[in-house]
Design a protein around this ligand. Structure first.
Ligand code: FES
Length: 106
């Protein structure tokens, strides 16, 4: 893989004001979740992966939005209960089917 990582996970941390009239992932506590995933991945010592916060990924109503490369798998995250499945994806490439973003990602 060209970026040198086996898996590269991006999670939206975009924040909007309440008046913006559109949902945002930060309001669903995505920043806290990103920190928890990073910390768990570090504790497990999973090599050659990166977990990174991203700006708006354009799927705001389906967030917390997350995409994992190289597979290009989109997830809707709900909280720390997702961490074991996400770590499994980072470790083995196994997709967590029940977390897949629903309704298409186009
Ligand atoms: S605010 Fe998270 S995808 Fe747009």
């Amino acid at each position: 893989m060209s970026n040198g990582f086996r898996h590269h996970m991006f999670i939206c941390s975009h924040e909007r004001s309440p008046e913006a009239g559109r949902e945002c992932c930060a309001a669903k506590e995505s920043l806290e979740l990103i920190k928890a995933i990073k910390s768990a991945a570090k504790t497990e010592g999973i090599p050659n992966i990166r977990v990174q916060k991203a700006g708006c990924l354009g799927k705001c109503e389906k967030g917390i939005s997350c995409v994992v490369y190289p597979e290009g798998t989109w997830y809707t995250l709900t909280g720390e209960e997702n961490i074991p499945d996400l770590l499994e994806h980072l470790r083995t490439g196994q997709v967590a089917e029940h977390l897949r973003m629903q309704g298409g990602i186009e």
